[in-house]
Design a protein around this ligand. Structure first.
Ligand SMILES: Cc1cc2nc3c(=O)[nH]c(=O)nc-3n(C[C@H](O)[C@H](O)[C@H](O)COP(=O)(O)O)c2cc1C
Length: 447
């Protein structure tokens, strides 16, 4: 039997997420990102295709690195305008029963106390279907928006995040015992104060003296996702993450990343690899569709996106001028991957050549059958558990996956035919709804 493949849809409450410019395609509906029925319709579709989750990216600033201006990002709708992903979840949860919701939340600018309550609320309202992609951000524009001059240095952001995690674990896991809520009408006791603990924390970044405001939610700690791939990022992921996102790339390279990550921890870690698929009934049709989509792709939008996420202003470089791979305080692993893809040298031309559909993510093009084989082979070779599918022309790109690709995967025994019961965590890992030791969150739980 082949490895089971899991699918997440990777999206963002914005016009241009990964593949820039495609919003202008006549059949594309991403400009409806501000309508609730856009999201409930998507959630329905994904549940029909037995997707594990809808993953929503987020940033807290604008992309203003290219030429020192936000003009290109604004012109092409590159992750701006952008809504708050957490607020989309309750409506989508009401429209579905099983789909998980992974929301990206940047911990750098929000007190852990407030954030912990919001996630507990979402975990309650979704019946335990919430996940959190832990990010610290990569944009100086976000830092300036929050009154700082610039963001913290790359590794320091991870140190801050370690302390943040300690605080939110204590709120989620330690503050309320599992039997604290009595709801005893006869005695009039709603909750037992002896079973609700006040959390005191004095650390380098955070001070707190408080009870968590929420009673334990089905999963307590949301399913934890993370995407750090630098050396420091991997240590953070191995400590905290249950699922990890990787950008993708040549299978041998990704296999090494997966093995290196898993070697750092005894806990099981599910790995999802980013992929963009273009399907056609025959190979020639798939290639034609790629060309048709491609006419709408925006190279300038893609460059604005890449400049901000790599932390490099490409306008300062000539087309063939080598760009030092150590430069940039944004996503280090992305800079390293781009440099490797360029044969050891990163240039603006190499980057532009890679933009096929308006991003650095090179699409996989083929029939449902060939792409099913390719996903299965990739998962076997890399040891990944599934894929995070970026959108191209929405909703058709996902309708085709649900209607054409999923049955091909199922026919090969590589895809579930129904959802497992329980919370998001139970669906992903089996076992119970709560984190288990040796995860540091589980070690905080009293009862
Ligand atoms: C697939 C994927 C999705 C990501 N989504 C976001 C996001 O939505 N918001 C964000 O601030 N960072 C996002 N990141 C960046 C990561 O959170 C993180 O900053 C980055 O991968 C750090 O990598 P490094 O440790 O290699 O520097 C994403 C990264 C990957 C690979």
């Amino acid at each position: 039997m082949p490895r089971e493949i899991r699918l997440n849809a990777f999206d963002m409450a914005t016009v241009g997420h990964i593949q820039q410019g495609l919003w202008a395609h006549p059949r594309d509906r991403s400009a409806e990102y501000h309508r609730l029925d856009h999201w409930t319709g998507l959630a329905h579709l994904l549940e029909r295709g037995l997707f594990d989750g809808l993953f929503l990216a987020d940033v807290l600033g604008i992309y203003d690195v290219l030429g020192g201006s936000a003009d290109a990002a604004i012109r092409h709708g590159v992750q701006v305008p952008l809504l708050d992903p957490a607020l989309l979840v309750p409506a989508m949860a009401a429209a579905t029963r099983h789909l998980g919701f992974g929301i990206t939340a940047n911990l750098s600018y929000e007190a852990p106390y407030l954030f912990a309550r919001r996630m507990s609320t979402l975990d309650h309202l979704t019946g335990g279907r919430i996940g959190w992609n832990i990010v610290t951000g990569y944009l100086d524009s976000a830092a300036r928006a929050m009154g700082l001059d610039r963001q913290m240095a790359h590794d320091d952001r991870y140190d801050m995040a370690d302390e943040y995690m300690e605080v939110v674990y204590r709120l989620w896991e330690e503050s309320w015992d599992g039997d604290a809520v009595r709801e005893d009408r006869a005695s009039g006791v709603y909750a037992d104060p002896a079973r609700v603990r006040r959390i005191r924390h004095e650390g380098r970044q955070y001070r707190l003296d408080a009870h968590h405001l929420c009673a334990p939610s089905p999963q307590r700690t949301p399913v934890l996702y993370q995407a750090g791939a630098s050396a420091r990022g991997q240590v953070f992921a191995a400590t905290h993450a249950e699922c990890v996102f990787l950008n993708g790339g040549p299978p041998a390279e990704v296999a090494k990343q997966v093995a290196a990550l898993r070697a750092l921890t005894e806990r099981p870690i599910r790995v999802f690899v980013g992929a963009t698929l273009v399907l056609g009934a025959a190979e020639a049709q798939a290639r034609d569709k790629l060309e048709e989509y491609r006419r709408h792709a925006s190279a300038e939008g893609a460059l604005a996106h890449a400049a901000a996420s790599l932390g490099i202003d490409f306008d300062r470089y000539g087309l063939d001028e080598p760009i030092a791979s150590g430069s940039g305080n944004a996503i280090q692993s992305n800079v390293a991957a781009m440099t490797r893809a360029g044969g050891g040298v990163l240039t603006k031309r190499a980057l532009l050549d890679r933009f096929i559909l308006g991003s650095r993510q090179v699409p996989w093009v083929g029939t449902p059958a060939t792409l099913a084989e390719r996903l299965i082979a990739y998962a076997e070779e890399t040891g990944c558990d599934g894929f995070n599918l970026s959108r191209t022309v929405i909703p058709e790109c996902l309708e085709e996956v649900v209607e054409l690709l999923v049955p091909e995967l199922q026919a090969r025994g590589a895809y579930k035919t129904g959802y497992a019961p329980g919370t998001y965590r139970e669906k992903l890992f089996g076992g119970g709804p709560l984190l288990a030791p040796p995860h540091p969150a589980a070690l905080r739980r009293a009862v």
